[in-house]
Design a protein around this ligand. Sequence first.
Ligand code: HEM
Length: 545
Amino acid sequence: MLGVTTLGLVSVVIFLWLLWRKKRITYLEELEIPGPKPNILFGNMWEMYTKGPLYCLQKWIDKYGKVFGYYLGMRPVICIADPDLLKNIQIKDFQNFINRPGLFQAQPKPGNKMSHALTHVQGHRWKEIRSVLTPSFTTGKLKTMSSIMNYAIQELLTNIEKKSQEGKPFDVYKLYQSLTMDVIGRCALGIQTDVQKSPEEHELVKNSRVIFSREFHSWLTVMMVSFPEIETIMTKLGQMSFKFRNKGVNPVFRLMSMCSQVIQSRKADNSKRRPDLLQLMIDSQNKKVDMGKITADQLTAGDEADKYDEKAQGTENGDIKPSESNKATTKTRGLSDTEIEANAFIALLAGYETTSTALGFTTHLLVKHPEVQEKIRQEVDQLMAEEGETLDYAKVHKLQYLDQVLSESLRFYPPIYLFVNRQASKDIQYGSLRIPKGMTVQVPVYHLHHDPNLWPNPEKFDPDRFSPQNRQKNNPLAWQPFGQGPRNCIGMRFAQMEAKLALAQILHKYRLEPNEMTEKELTITVRPATLTPGKGVYARFVPRN
Ligand code: HEM
């Protein structure tokens, strides 16, 4: 009797659960947004898992157009590959799309430190934290950082020389990972690590590599998004698998605790003050941040002149209006200890992963295009002959062709392809498209970058797309390696300067040629949000005479 009752109850629960799921996966249909048919268990995640997200998103764009909906598990997503619509969402109506939703996981729970990191923090607090961190990336700060970057780049060059002399092919992507960890450690947190002395062994890089090691093609990701009910269990399993691959140590906790030690030691000793990101966060604790003065435009990282100027009034970009909350705010509290820790941690990871990947991708493209290498070399040689061999912020800005090459490399291989997402904070209508409150809007960065209507002959690597004359023809919203709008990448100018300083100095010293390990077509590993060279990046570094 008890058995029958239990069976009945279980059946009812399963029935209601399936009913709930059925309701969820008809949501986009109710909104009349076209898209692939979802499955009651996995939404459209199963197809993405088996065929890969790059393939699926392209197929769906081809079939349903530049605005379509699909289900990442149970989460409905509106994917928008139309730059005009994106301009509204990311820039004009930014105040209604401030938040970046978690895609594969719900937002970290409030107790989780990561919920305080700039990448995850929500609403008004995001603006406050971003306004504290933004001055770390002003022109003045970048100018002082170029010498620190150069110092680290010399160590990279020494490593390349040593490896080349050993005579065996080596993966230069790994050397780039140590470089970018070294640079971000020095520039953001003021720590001098010997990370480049032992590029394959250092604890900082080893832990970070594990954190970024998960692939999109992972059953954990599929289960996490498809069954939000068991997200906590899946998160625990994810942590266990991290620990398993990292000799029993949770790499997130390890890096967090390293950051915490650095913060404590800086706070304890005033003589350790430095003009860096960490110091700005610590100093904010004794101040009130005046949000009344800060506009959305000032928070947008851009490669033109500084926007973060206390005296600046109004907006430089006519499309960005100061938001309601900007107008209304007054002085607010600085960063708490937890916020400092979370943001030190995220700066370390963000500064390390993407910039090294961009350097790796660009190196591969340069090996394939010796004529492009040669043009950069001529530009660098000429600049160095006229202004000396030590490069700095101002000199790097004169390397116009190198800038074109980096922009084209970031178009061709955007290191981040599935992270530029926004969440609607209220119902909003664009023509026949209704975006309801809470909906996730996704920018398919890779596909925008390879859209033949936006980039003629998109599979051709052609730095001339970004020449001063041609640049004006490009739709600015069609180039999103760093996202767009006030929530774009805060480290954009930092990353560009670091990559250009490194490339200029490598090419001044070496000619890059293919060797027996160089892949004709680079294997790309598709991770949940990033693309990385799957089998490393190999080149012969031939010293110039
Ligand atoms: C080539 C290198 C880099 C690439 C391709 C890149 C790409 C991105 C992208 C696509 C976003 C999301 C933007 C959006 O949603 O509109 C982002 C956000 C972010 N990036 Fe980067 N990034 C790079 C380097 C860096 C560096 C060096 C740092 C730190 C110094 C950094 C820190 C951050 C942070 C903190 C955010 C979150 C910003 C916010 O939500 O306000 N990134 N990045």
